[in-house]
Design a binder for this molecule. Structure first.
Ligand code: F6P
Length: 525
């Protein structure tokens, strides 16, 4: 366990950060090899990192930091199933969930056979439901599935189902309810026929108050709408790492799909928790989704750190967070199907790396996870991008674009061009900005007098120098989506490895939960 500040590269990066650095508008035109040097590809994803405020010397020191922090050793420990989640004394093996079905990975045969057994079970169930052979109490085929879960038991499958909506089964709709506000559940149920509705209750612990409140209410809706109490199980599925808890609440074992305590909720979309997604897109596409993540895992495991896509994203993020002292990180996908990607990564990153202690429990001596925020870029352009361009915060950005699109609309190519041109223009505008002098000259060219232009120029100039990544997916399909999620997972892992924190517990969410439970108990007394 090495404290980051004791690594020689940390001190070197501090002195590099203290020295004046040229503006991106000066670096980008003059450093002609930069685009090629700072471009990495893996698993159908290309990273253009040329707009990071990282010189070759900084890049080299960052690579040394990753080496000195033992990122490769820590990565191998994760894949081997060592108990890297030290506060819960558990391995962290979401990577095993997307392992090669034919070859056991470093996690060993016991994990492999559990994973493959549950994967086969969810794939069979998803296919049966899609084929109309999963039936309700009156013999009707299920047409609507309601996933009830929150946090990691909601965000992953919901996000992925949106991203792959073009592959959704036309006759089976999958709905998601996370919020325990009654309206959230009612707004879904009021459109459904109870005879044809299946509830999936997704909860790793099966003790989450919000989920159990919604599940009990939805079951009551089923019985109130004609489902005999003794036939309820035909409309219920549980997905959990606590099967005993689910059984206690009446969920039958044959409709309970399992994952394990070594899968963090925010890393569980690859597990049985992916059942709602598998129902929507089919087992074959679900397996391609896993294969895409596996391709990114293989890249992460086998590529030298200096060419390793998740490691490089992590290092640039760390430079921005710890050395440029930028506390937030914006993620803006430009493909509308990725509309839920940012909230998904927000949980993954902030619940993992929002930590104030090192692994040994001593107070963190460095800044840890940034505030992750954002949403669809095009919409952001007409909302908060003003602050990015001219506000008093410098906000590093990940732009996410898709190169090839095949929406069956006659003018789809025009739409696609508009979207991607906007992405490129924003990345350029943020990097270059526009100096006062250039702004004044531009305004005079537009017809303003010299004094008018001088008065207006401060309002219309841009500091620029905003660091960004562009991630290009060659297309948005199950494999690329799997790879994209795995990329962010490994980025988060790498940052935690360097910060010497545990990315896989989440004690920070407990205090509020305990207080809510205590308040409920007091109110009932
Ligand atoms: O409160 C946070 C959290 O524990 C997340 O880590 C988790 O994804 C979510 O709640 C839901 O938990 P569960 O799947 O156990 O219902």
């Amino acid at each position: 366990m090495t404290q980051p500040t004791s690594l020689p590269a940390w001190a070197q990066l501090q002195s590099l950060a203290a020295a004046p650095q040229p503006h991106l508008r000066d670096v980008l035109p003059s450093d002609t090899g930069r685009a090629a040097r700072m471009n990495l590809k893996a698993a159908g994803i290309e990273l253009d990192a040329s707009r990071q405020r990282v010189s070759p010397a900084i890049q080299q020191a960052l690579n040394h930091l990753a080496e000195q922090a033992g990122v490769a050793r820590q990565r191998d420990a994760m894949f081997k199933g060592e108990h890297i989640n030290n506060t819960e004394d558990r391995p962290v093996l979401h990577v095993a969930l997307r392992g090669d079905p034919l070859h056991t990975g470093p996690w060993g045969t016991a994990v492999q056979s559990d994973v493959q057994r549950e994967l086969a079970r969810i794939c069979d169930f998803a296919e049966a439901l899609r084929a109309g052979t999963v039936r309700g109490h009156a013999g009707d085929a299920i047409t609507d599935v309601v996933n009830i879960g929150i946090g990691g038991s909601d965000l992953g499958p919901r996000m992925a189902a949106d991203a792959l909506a073009h592959l959704a089964h036309p006759g089976v709709r999958v709905h998601y309810v996370s919020n325990p506000d009654a309206w959230a559940l009612w707004s879904v149920l009021r459109h459904l026929d109870a005879k044809r509705t299946l509830l999936i209750v997704s909860s790793k612990t099966f003790t989450t108050q919000e989920t159990l409140t919604n599940a009990a209410s939805a079951q009551r809706w089923l019985t109130d709408n004609g489902c005999p109490a003794d036939a309820l199980s035909r409309h219920l599925v549980a997905i959990t790492a606590s099967p005993a808890q689910a059984a206690k609440l009446g969920y039958p074992a044959e409709r309970t799909f399992l994952f394990w305590d070594w899968v963090g909720g925010r890393y569980s979309v690859w597990s049985a928790l992916g059942l709602p997604l598998a129902i929507a897109i089919g087992a074959e596409h679900f397996r391609l989704f896993l294969a895409g993540a596996r391709a990114m895992d293989e890249h992460f495991r086998s590529t030298p750190l200096a060419q390793n896509l998740p490691v490089q994203m992590a290092l640039h993020g760390l430079w921005n967070r710890n050395f440029l002292r930028l506390p937030t990180h914006l993620i803006v996908p430009y493909a509308s199907r990725l509309g839920r990607f940012t909230p998904f990564v927000q949980q993954m990153d902030m619940e993992s790396n929002g930590k104030h202690t090192h692994l040994d429990g001593t107070p963190a001596t460095v800044d840890t996870g940034p505030i992750v925020w954002g949403g669809l870029g095009i919409d952001g352009q007409h909302a908060y991008f003003q602050l990015i361009h001219q506000g008093k915060h410098t906000v590093p950005v990940d732009f996410i674009g898709v190169q090839n699109e095949d929406t069956p609309l006659p003018l789809a190519a025009t739409h696609h061009e508009v979207v991607n041109l906007n992405l490129r223009a924003q990345a350029e505008a943020m990097a270059f900005g526009r100096s006062l002098t250039d702004t004044q000259a531009a305004l005079q060219k537009e017809g303003l007098s010299e004094s008018e232009a001088r008065a207006m120029a401060p309002h219309r100039s841009f500091d620029g120098n905003i660091p960004s990544h562009i991630l290009w997916l060659d297309r948005l399909d199950p494999a690329r989506l799997g790879a994209l999620i795995a990329l962010y997972e490994h980025k988060v892992f790498t940052q935690a490895a360097i910060w010497n924190i545990n990315a896989y517990d989440q004690w920070g969410v407990e205090l509020g939960k305990t207080m809510a439970k205590a308040m409920a108990k007091n109110a009932a007394a």
